[in-house]
Design a protein around this ligand. Structure first.
Ligand code: SAM
Length: 230
């Protein structure tokens, strides 16, 4: 099975139209907060947080995305689009930016707020169905609440995300967690890959840690740059 709407890659060479996405007004923030709360009520375990990502967290993720040079950027579990919005500056650096969200209400909101992005209302377990060239560097940004989701679904999502990046040199997975800043998002990672803790954001509700899964030989890994920690 292939995901619908995958054939037409988006490039940065289009005019951006993001009326609501750039609206930082108090009213819009409240609307986003309300949309998030409704999503939480629809499925607390799958949403896994009581508030959208803060600007500080979204900026930390953008910073991490910009450390590498992916051809394709994929955000999974985009919710109300707090991180999607922060990632827009990365559009000029990638050929394609896809947004994947399982909740129908969130997917509809994302399509409305980001009309020029490829928003796919789909489960992250089906990342294998994406039409992405072999060996093309991919960065996956995941907001998936892997600890609170149903175990089987979480495992399916992890397998799909790892399979997508594993054989594409230069690919990475950026995952944030609300757990202890010392706890890696998941343990079963391919040989030769490592987790790097990129940032801890205490000003987020709840505090969050951003982790990057990358090949140990990746230039941004601390064994190469000597300025980070494992
Ligand atoms: C922590 S919330 C996302 C927060 C988002 N970054 C924001 O600030 O609005 C997790 C999101 O993952 C989505 N999600 C959960 N399981 C999913 C799955 N299997 N596939 C795709 N999205 C999923 C939820 O619907 C929810 O929108």
């Amino acid at each position: 099975m292939s995901l619908s709407g995958l054939a037409a890659p988006q490039t940065h060479a289009f005019e951006l139209r993001y009326p609501a996405a750039y609206d930082d007004s108090e009213g819009n923030c409240m609307r986003q907060g309300l949309a998030f709360a409704l999503g939480y009520l629809r499925n607390p375990r799958r949403v896994g947080a009581i508030a959208p990502a803060s600007k500080a967290l979204a900026q930390a993720i953008l910073h991490e995305v910009l450390r590498a040079e992916p051809t394709v950027l994929i955000e999974v579990g985009a919710g109300t689009g707090a991180i999607t919005r922060a990632l827009l500056p990365a559009l000029s650096r990638v050929e394609r930016f896809m947004v994947i969200e399982r909740d129908p209400g969130f997917a509809q909101l994302l399509r409305k707020n980001f009309p020029d992005l490829e928003v796919l209302h789909h489960c992250a377990t089906r990342l294998d169905a994406l039409d992405i060239e072999a060996r093309c560097p991919v960065t996956v940004v995941s907001s998936l609440p892997l600890l609170s989701m149903q175990r089987e679904e979480a495992h399916g999502c992890i397998d799909a995300m790892v399979a997508l990046i594993e054989n594409r040199p230069g690919s990475r997975l950026i995952q944030y967690t609300y757990a202890s800043p010392h706890l890696r998002p998941f343990k079963d990672i391919p040989i030769g890959w490592r987790w790097r803790r990129a940032a801890s954001i205490w000003a987020n509700l709840p505090p969050a840690t951003v982790w990057t899964l990358e090949q140990a030989s990746h230039p941004s890994h601390p064994s190469h740059t000597h300025n980070g920690f494992h």
